[in-house]
Design a protein around this ligand. Structure first.
Ligand code: SF4
Length: 382
């Protein structure tokens, strides 16, 4: 019998195995980015007794966008102690943590009857758990002790309206991405075609999602023929992706435009072989990343626009992550090993998840560069 403070959670099965381990990740989430303090947490902290309150507020700072924790020059949160533990949690308990610390790396959407939850791949411990298994990522529902309500995100209105049919759609999309009989690129194409076809039906069917059997039939109708798959010239695609990665990294570190252009040229000469080698060694990691991102961002309701626009954003984000691996392969003339793959994915997911400019860049590029393209034309280009 579910207890009153239980919640039904639907998500990837790896979710239940996650345990935060600051020692394993070097407290990754406590360094390098802003840690906002929501108003409810601020009020709890403001009610602490005078001495404790003073000590806590010495580590907080007020910015235009609201309160956040102070950090040192390296970006380490002021509450992180020398043993890699959170001094705020140690002194006052986890009830006093801001929502973002309480929830990270969990991403939760609260629907009327249940929560959808998965883990962000910016947490190295979560990434290892989610991405490394060779078997396809499984999804399931469990009833567990409820987490703090305020750390769950309210889903977009359209996703809420489709709540009853959403799970069938998510499982169908995941099945397309996990169809290991095809290359990942062809699976993406299948997903794009499926969402375009579904969107047409959805709009004429009063915005109601079809049931699982109809979704499967719709997917079958748009199965791509391998031999019809045409891509734009390697030169065009690789220059485009190099430009995108340079913009996402704001020309920092080794991802400056000159270096990226050099790498893109190297890659142009051996793109097919590099992709094949990457797929052979780490295809399961890329598949797991795609599946996790699809679910975590609630596609095809992640951004404004239709299902096809959502697909383009999803595919461009994914391709940016995959491209970072291909560039590494081109630069070193060998396929990166598992640890390097995890590090590179971690770094690019940090850019994509924690940098508003990166998010804007991707959305702007989808709107400006690919607006009139169908799924085939779009994927031929990236
Ligand atoms: S990055 Fe992940 S494992 Fe590391 S401290 Fe944060 S939540 Fe825990």
């Amino acid at each position: 019998m579910p207890e009153q403070n239980d919640e039904r959670v639907f998500g990837p099965a790896y979710l239940w195995d996650f345990h935060c381990d600051g020692a394993a990740c070097g407290c990754r989430c406590c360094r390098g980015w802003r840690i906002p303090v929501d108003m409810a947490a601020w009020e709890r902290l403001a009610r602490l007794k005078s001495k404790a309150r003073k000590a806590v507020f010495a580590n907080l700072t007020e910015k235009e966008t609201g309160w956040e924790t102070k950090h040192d020059e390296d970006g380490t949160c002021a509450f992180l102690d020398g043993n890699g533990l959170c001094s705020l949690q140690k002194a006052h308990g986890e009830d006093y943590l801001p929502d973002v610390c309480d929830s990270f790396p969990r991403v939760s959407y609260r629907f009327s009857g249940l929560v959808e939850r998965s883990l962000a791949m910016t947490c190295p411990v979560a990434a290892r758990l989610a991405l490394l298994p060779e078997s396809p990522m499984r999804f399931e529902e469990q009833t567990t002790e409820a987490r703090r309500i305020s750390s769950a995100i309210r889903p977009p209105m359209e996703a809420l309206r489709c709540e009853n049919g959403l799970r069938a759609l998510q499982l169908q999309m995941i099945a397309l991405l996990q169809d290991r009989g095809q290359s990942l690129r062809l699976r993406l194409l299948h997903l794009g075609r499926f969402l375009a076809a579904l969107e047409a039906r959805y709009r004429t069917g009063r915005n109601k999602l079809p049931d699982a059997a109809e979704l499967a039939a719709c997917a079958k109708n748009v199965t791509p023929e391998t031999e019809n798959w045409q891509r734009a010239s390697a030169y065009t695609r690789l220059r485009y992706m190099a430009g995108l990665v340079a913009e996402l990294y704001e020309a920092e570190e080794e991802y400056n435009p000159i270096r990226l252009n050099e790498l893109a040229s190297l890659l142009a000469d051996r793109e097919a072989a590099s992709e094949e080698a990457l797929q052979a060694l780490h295809g399961h990691i890329l598949e797991n990343l795609a599946v996790n991102e699809l679910f975590l961002r609630l596609y095809p309701f992640a951004c404004a626009g239709g299902f096809l626009d959502n697909f383009k954003l999803f595919a461009l984000r994914f391709r940016a992550a995959e491209f970072a691996l291909l560039l590494e392969a081109a630069g070193k003339n060998t396929t990166p090993d598992e640890e390097t793959v995890l590090l590179l994915l971690n770094s690019i997911m940090e850019k994509l998840d924690h940098n508003r400019e990166a998010d804007k860049t991707l959305k702007r590029r989808v709107a400006e560069d690919f607006q009139d393209l169908d799924a085939d034309e779009f994927l031929a280009f990236i």
